[in-house]
Design a protein around this ligand. Sequence first.
Ligand SMILES: Cc1cc2nc3c(=O)[nH]c(=O)nc-3n(C[C@H](O)[C@H](O)[C@H](O)COP(=O)(O)OP(=O)(O)OC[C@H]3O[C@@H](n4cnc5c(N)ncnc54)[C@H](O)[C@@H]3O)c2cc1C
Length: 353
Amino acid sequence: MPSISNSSYTFAYWKNGTERKIARYQKTHSVITLVVGGGTAGLAIASRLAEFASVAVIEAGGLYEQDNGNQSVVPYYGLVMPVLAQTEVYPRQPLVDWDLVSATQVEAGNRKIHYAQGKTLGGSSALNTMAYLRATHGTYQRWADVVGDQSYTFENLLPYFEKSCHFTPPNLEKRNTPDAVPTYDPSVFDNSKGGPVQVSYGNWVDPTVNALSRALRDADLPVSPTGFSSGFLSGYGGWLSSTISPDDAKRSSSQASYLDQAIEKTGLMIYTRAQATRILFDSSKKATGVSVSTQGLDYTISANKEVIVSAGVFHSPQLLLVSGTSKPLSLDSYVNVSQALDPSPHSPLTASP
Ligand SMILES: Cc1cc2nc3c(=O)[nH]c(=O)nc-3n(C[C@H](O)[C@H](O)[C@H](O)COP(=O)(O)OP(=O)(O)OC[C@H]3O[C@@H](n4cnc5c(N)ncnc54)[C@H](O)[C@@H]3O)c2cc1C
């Protein structure tokens, strides 16, 4: 194996098309907390922890602005990006997608389904459809009751929702759709908290939506007066807000929001094109670091305190499995998958064998 001690690498971070900050790091690195996966959850938790701790993120992919260009930046492509096709044969874009294809699905006409998952800084928030909505009071109450923890009620989660985002009402002049005016409840947002994720409304409106809106109105089926973030579902439709930055109409991924904010204010370090291959444990089964591979070069990053696994719904359990912390999986043992997963798809996992 090549020696990599004392090698220093430079990571250039771009914001709004210009280089904003250079973070230097050592290949033989030691940090307090190591976050595996720089996706939606990973960059949020890393940014928060970096406010008071030494934190590094290792991300298998690179920068989507370079690797996927406008397709991940311009919101319209979120609806039509070719790599999101679910057919077994699809236009591959392995620089930002993990190329996951399911086994044959009997219920789907014996087809295999391509299941896009972001492999880039920002993770699937760099590929997704950008819809921003919250579940209802009743849904969260059910969750809280099932897990026996009232922290998960809508009221108790609301401060965290508010802290994570910045809401901008629709630009009615640009939308120019008098029959399709979004409704929303401003009281469930609090921009004074400085949340990084931009929540707004697209300026382009599909013309058929105008007709649909008129049809609902004429049939006496009112649209929701409070939108989809208030915790109440009422009415027969409405307009979803989106994670779009209203200033430049670009996708507000976790990279463009959380990471952009943190890279300016904290010492957060990012390893791109660095794939975790195994979590390392000491004899007392405490996670001590991660084996990493960058284009065939293997190296180790140590974590003094903890390793947080936030590699997504498929790769978090996969990494735990290859690290020896979970029982072998088979198609008829789904119970093992659920044992390895946190109840929330947005929450990271902490490796604690
Ligand atoms: C096509 C699509 C459309 C969607 N539309 C919406 C929507 O409109 N609204 C909505 O709310 N949600 C939507 N979602 C869901 C949402 O994007 C996901 O729930 C969310 O991004 C999951 O976050 P995560 O942090 O768990 O995983 P991800 O964001 O996928 O992050 C996981 C990260 O870990 C990295 N990683 C994995 N393995 C390793 C490894 N071994 N080493 C290093 N890094 C690794 C990955 O490259 C990735 O960056 C959509 C998802 C998809 C795929």
